[in-house]
Structures are given as C-alpha cells and as structure tokens.
Design a protein around this ligand. Sequence first.
Ligand code: PMP
Length: 460
Amino acid sequence: MNRIPNSLHASDIAHSMHPYTNMRAHEQQGPMIITKGDGIHVYDSEGKEYIEGMAGLWSVAVGFSESRIAEAAYKQMLELPYYHSFAHKAHAPSIKLAEKLVEMTPEGLNRVFFTNSGSEANDTVIKMVWFMNNALGRPEKKKFLARNKGYHGITIASGSLTGLPGNHKDFDLPAIPVIHLTCPHHWKWAEPGESEAEFTARLLKEAEDTILSEGPETIAAFIGEPVMGAGGVMTPPEGYWPGIAELCKKYDILLVSDEVINGFGRLGTPFGCQKYGFEPDILVTSKQLTSSYMPLAAILVNDKVYNPIADNTEKLGTFGHGFTGSGHPVACAAGLENLAIIEEKDLMGNAARMEAPFQAMVQSFADHPLVGEARGTGLIAGLELVADKASKTAFSPIGKVAAAVARAAQDHGLICRSVYETVALCPPLIINESDIERIGQRLGTALDEGHAWAKAEGFL
Ligand code: PMP
C-alpha cells in the first residue's frame, strides 16, 4: 500500500510500539491512520471509507458516531470527572450500571465488579476464585480448566488462560496452573468419521478424565467463551455446554462464561450462555458494554462466589484488589448510555433479525476454492482458508493467505481480521441488509484476489 508520509505517519513509525504488530514490518509500511467514524464506517487519513466489518475489535455495537454517548461522557466529566470506589466510596454512574447489569444478565448473577479491560477482568476472576477457595479452607482448589484456541486476555494470568501459542511462546506463559482442553470445534478437531455427538461425548470424557486425574479437589473453575472469538470464531458442538455445566456441578467447579465478545446480543441472544443453555457462576463482559467508546469491563458473580468472599473480608478486613479506574464514572456513564441505545434501538433484536441474511452471505462463500469452512452464528463469522478442501490441510506457513485476503478486503473498503488462517467478521449490531450485501461483494472480491495471490506466491 502506497501511503503518502505525513507527520503523524512518520511520528508513529519513529515512536509507537503497536499491539499485535510486527514491528519491523510496521517500520516499513507505517500506520493506517483512522480519523473518523460514521455509523458502520470509518475513514482513514486519506479520506477513504471502509465498512468496519469487525466493529473495531469485536466491540462497537452502536456504530462509530453515537453522539449521545459522547454527550453522556462529557456531562459526567463536567459533573464528576473521576472518583474511585475503594473503601466504601461510590458514585451514581457505577451504582446505576451495576444495577442495570444485574437486571440484564441471567437470574442469580447479583454482584458486579468493574475493571478497565477484559484481561483485567479475567485476572480478577482468577483472584476472586482463589480468594474464595482460600476463604472456604480449600487452598489446594486453584487450577483452571480452559480450552486450546480460547482467548481470555494477555496479562500474565489471563494470558495463561488463553490457549493460543502466540500468546504463550516467548512470553514464558502459562504462569498459573491451567489445563487446556481440546478446542470444541468439530470441523477441525473431530477424528475422521467422528459425528458431532461422538465428538461432544469425547470432549466431555476428556474434561471428566482430566478432572479425575488431577483431582476434583484441585480444580477451581472452568472458563470458556460460549462462541470462541479471537481464536478463530468457533461455535461449539451440540450438547457441549450443558455437558460441561453438568460436570462443573458434579465436581463443585465454578463455571465462568467469558462473554467479552459474546455479550449484549452478538450471538442473537442477550448473552451467549442463554443461547447454549447453561448458567454460569461468573459472567465476564466488556467491549459491547460501552461499544468500546470508553474502556470498561464488568464481572458478574452469583451468591455462591460472593458470600465466601464477603465472609472472608470480615476476617481480613478487606478484599485487597481493585484498580484506580475500577468503575470509572465517565466509562460507566458511557456504558449506561450505550446500553440505553442498544435497548431503545432494539439492537439485540436487530442482531437476531440480521443473523439469517448475514450467515447466508457468509455461507455463500462455502464453495469458494480457498474456503475450508464457512461458519458462524448471530453476527459473528469466520471463513477458514485451506490449501486442500478435502483433507482440510492448512496453508504453510499458516496465516499468510488469510492476511492477504484481509489486505485485499481493506483495499476494497472492508475491514475484516485475519486470525491464523481464518478471516473473521463481526460487524456493528446496527447493520442492515444492504450493508450485508456490500460486505458480501467486497469480501467476494477479496477472496478472489487472495486466491490469485496464493497461486502466484506458490501457496496453491
Ligand atoms: N476475553 C475475551 C473473550 C476477549 O475476546 C478478549 C479481547 N479480545 C479479552 C478477554 C481481553 O480483553 P481486553 O483486550 O480488553 O483485555
């Protein structure tokens, strides 16, 4: 891409370290500077318009131009720009947002703890669970069960729960006791000829065997995303979640639903656990909570988790955990306004209504020569690219072809994201049928160009 250097461009190359970026490559190609947003679109510094097919980072439910959220944040900043919630202090925005979240989430999740990010939220979950088990006099019950390809963040502890090699290798992780089970994705991980029901049964047996061999008295919690997002958009096989929930009950293991991507209508239901029929003890939300207009995450816990923690603080005097920004009033005000917009515009209903045309568009690429599997649910989808459809053989080295497709899509005005060899889509919840059609056109062109590129580069 030939971008005219401007001072921001040069300055970025000279000074910035970007997350999830190849730094030497960045020094060569420089940044794509996004300057404004409008609905489902964003614009770069050269005025080019893009459909934001990823809603930023799976997060901007209401689109990129909701002035109501800006006004709510501004009003809050004028009134009380900052206060904390340590040591019995409180302010209206965090109180109201906690109440709202308890009202919106499944029955029984009665308490809310705020952090600034999903990673901090999952770190907090780990510490809460450890604190709880110490309080209950079972200090050996500390291990987490997670899944390969799961994504739970990048801090030392949440990054340990994440099940992706790129987040572990070279960072000396995992650093906490965590066991990663098989990724619950039938197309990729089933044995040849194994039906979906057999696959589910095998994964549940693996989970139970692991619990028994480790000792149930050592396993504190199971954490998973109802639909896996950042690992490549993978929907679980039928019966998987109810089976996992049953095992957790049987062995007194807490069930944590990481809904940082899934929450607030992304899957066509308010929360992912509702779609797959399980009741978590802990639910983690972020992203669409504020549409990422401000950084914020919330952990909801039931009484089973809350009470031992509260009882223990009576002994210790305090729950020694919290962030300067926990429940930041401006972030909470933005969150409240964002949730009001989601409700008033019935964006969760819109996501459910748009599921059929969106997934039909995604399925229309199932027969494309590059596509091994077209999958998704609600308003999240992935196209996994393969070198050979019949054997499902991945391209080698992995990730280059999906990146080429994402690059081509961007050239044609569609931002999507390549995750290993999957091209992911996760558009804002405000999307309509004609937007979906335009995404389909641009994606189709990108796949064709990616195919031609893969041939020219010797990948096919
Ligand atoms: N959990 C899930 C399911 C996520 O998708 C993410 C971010 N993609 C996180 C946790 C971490 O959130 P953050 O980037 O805000 O730390």
